[in-house]
Write a protein of this length. Structure first.
Length: 333
């Protein structure tokens, strides 16, 4: 889980330090390993070490060529590919920085890439980045932005036996939920890829005691917005959508445009093959975009099972991603 990556970071560090072709740096519970071959191009291959909380799916199990369990798709499969490449490709055609980092699944301030950037920004300097997020072994461009707000309703406390003397804040939240139920997602085309936005209640709190009319209720709402909008535009939309209610911004991260027309991305997409699609969800592709680094999502595992109780990944898909990446990194004879 996020914040408890020490043991796995120790294992990653111990696995990579013996290799002479890698320079290994540890920052917190993140590990950076890079080649120093003097190539004109440097790429980052990155994967996060944390998972969402366990949901009855630990420990992992292997059955009929499929690995089941927490984080198998998001994204231990991708981390396994990165580790394998770091250990077994000593002389790639482009210099590589492998990044295995902490706290991707939680708020942005704890993100391992942010901590690396703050502590030693030169470690992430590169021309291109591949984030090993689950994409079913296809390239997914860009990512959605994400924003979390709280929508509050207020009332007047009273004894539950004399409810008419008060005003129930939980009941007052019904129109908030009604607007969410009626919401129709925007589906903009961004650089040739069609994104689909979402707006969902992800939590609700209210109540004082079993015999008290509550005077406050808070609905927590998550908005995933397409990368043709920045954070200011997304927040302006939420202010308009919840007009008449008290809202507070709790957390936000920008999206990233696909950028698949950039030269570094074109060569990778060509190597992988297939038709790229949009990334539904926020990933650290956005963080690389802020650093001025073209980046794509590519890794084993179906993103539709990420964070689910039945999360799983096919071993064959992990192997396919490794083979594709190896071909891209290995000199042709």
């Amino acid at each position: 889980m996020s914040g408890a990556e020490a043991e796995i970071a120790d294992a990653v560090e111990a696995a990579l330090r013996p290799y002479d072709h890698l320079e290994v740096v540890r920052i917190g519970h993140s590990v950076v390993a890079r080649t120093r071959l003097g190539h004109a191009e440097r790429v980052v291959i990155a994967g996060h070490l944390d998972t969402v909380p366990v949901a009855g799916n630990f420990p992992s199990r292997l059955k009929d060529g499929v690995l089941h369990g927490i984080g198998t798709a998001d994204m231990k499969g991708g981390v396994a590919v990165g580790l394998r490449l770091a250990a077994t490709v000593p002389a790639p055609v482009r210099d590589v920085t492998y990044v295995f980092y902490e706290c991707e699944e939680v708020e942005a301030e704890r993100n391992g890439l942010k901590l690396i950037t703050d502590a030693q920004p030169d470690l992430l300097v590169a021309d291109f980045a591949v984030l090993m997020e689950p994409t079913s072994a296809t390239v997914e461009g860009g990512c959605q932005g994400t924003m979390r707000i709280e929508v509050a309703t207020n009332g007047v406390r009273a004894h539950a036996a004399r409810g008419w003397m008060g005003s129930n804040a939980i009941h007052a939240a019904a129109p908030v939920l009604g607007r969410l139920v009626a919401y129709e997602p925007r589906e903009p085309d961004v650089d040739g890829l069609r994104f689909r936005e979402s707006l969902n209640a992800v939590g609700i709190t209210g109540g004082v005691a079993g015999n008290v009319i509550p005077d406050r209720c808070v609905v927590t709402v998550n908005h995933r917005f397409a990368p043709d909008r920045d954070e200011a535009a997304a927040y302006a939309f939420l202010q308009e959508f919840f007009a008449g209610f008290e809202i507070a911004l709790m957390d936000s991260a920008p999206g990233a445009r696909p950028g698949l027309d950039l030269p570094a991305a074109v060569s990778f997409v060509t190597a992988v093959g297939g038709e790229p699609g949009p990334k539904f969800g926020w990933t650290d592709v956005a963080r690389f975009a802020e650093l001025g680094i073209a980046a794509v999502n590519y890794g084993p595992g179906n993103p539709n099972v990420a964070h689910a109780r039945h999360e799983h990944v096919a071993v064959a898909e992990i192997q396919r991603c490794e083979d594709t990446m190896r071909t891209w990194l290995t000199p042709t004879e």
